[in-house]
Design a protein around this ligand. Structure first.
Ligand code: ZN
Ligand code: ZN
Length: 256
């Protein structure tokens, strides 16, 4: 099975899985890069997975329907272009012979879902949309810090070697923030240097791994003393992880 990140817009990736014959794409905000990739590799489109309703994740669905030979799967409680197969946390979908568990991850949007591969011997795939980014998390447009904390905790509990397929190339700017939160975290500095090499060659910094995110992502490190102290200095109401996350998110919203 091949995993490809198709760049779209300024900083989106449309993830494509294919076996040389059939393909699945995740969050096709734009049809053009998907059609180009299908044609380039001679693939049919077997299914579309959607994580949430934002236009940069669903905008290409209508234009892809003539090529689509299977369902559009999406979150049951969001306005996804009809028709689609609605999914809730706990559901399981089967695409290209791979099984994905659906996890409810509200916070960025109210009905956001993620797709976590089950039954892989190693390096299972996670398609997490705009919930978990490398070294960051999505903005809280429709949810609360408590929801985002619960959502990130659910994702963080997946196997450490899980491949984290986020939808945006925000890694370098997120790492600048992570370095401000934890100036003494060597893993952040190391990964900054590595990502600079990748981006200078126009390569994606993704997928990441959960093991790496647990080392560098301040939003997954809300119990780390250094992160707690930095959040408290920014006005976190307490040392509780939810308050730490709330303060980090607020700080990041205004961080340049
Ligand atoms: Zn979004
Ligand atoms: Zn997005």
């Amino acid at each position: 099975m091949n995993l490809v990140a198709l760049p779209a817009f300024a900083d989106n990736y449309i993830w494509m899985l294919h076996d040389g014959h059939k393909a699945v794409v995740v969050d096709p905000g734009d049809a053009a890069p998907v059609v180009a990739a299908l044609d380039r590799h001679g693939l049919s489109l077997a299914a579309i997975l959607v994580t949430h309703h934002h236009a940069d994740h669903v905008g290409g669905i209508e234009a892809l329907r003539p090529r689509l030979q299977g369902p559009v799967y999406g979150p049951a409680h969001e306005a996804i272009p009809q028709p689609f197969t609605p999914l809730n946390g706990g559901d399981r979908v089967d695409v290209l012979g791979l099984q994905f568990d659906v996890i409810d991850v509200p916070g960025h949007t109210a009905g956001h879902i993620a797709y976590a591969q089950q039954g892989a011997p190693s390096h299972a795939l996670l398609f997490c949309g705009d919930t978990l980014f490398s070294a960051g998390c999505g903005r809280l447009f429709e949810g609360t810090p408590a929801q985002m904390h619960a959502s990130l905790s659910a994702l963080a509990a997946l196997p450490a070697d899980t491949r984290v397929c986020c939808t945006h190339e925000y890694t370098q700017s997120n790492l600048r923030f992570a370095a401000a939160v934890e100036p003494d975290n060597p893993a952040v500095r190391l990964h900054q240097a590595y990502c600079k090499v990748l981006r200078d060659q126009d390569k994606p910094t993704l997928p990441s791994s959960l093991a790496l995110e647990l080392q560098i992502n301040p939003f997954l490190r809300c119990r780390e003393p250094a992160v707690v102290a930095a959040a408290r200095a920014q006005g976190a109401a307490s040392t509780e992880p939810v308050d730490v996350l709330a303060a980090l998110r607020e700080w990041k919203n205004n961080f340049r």
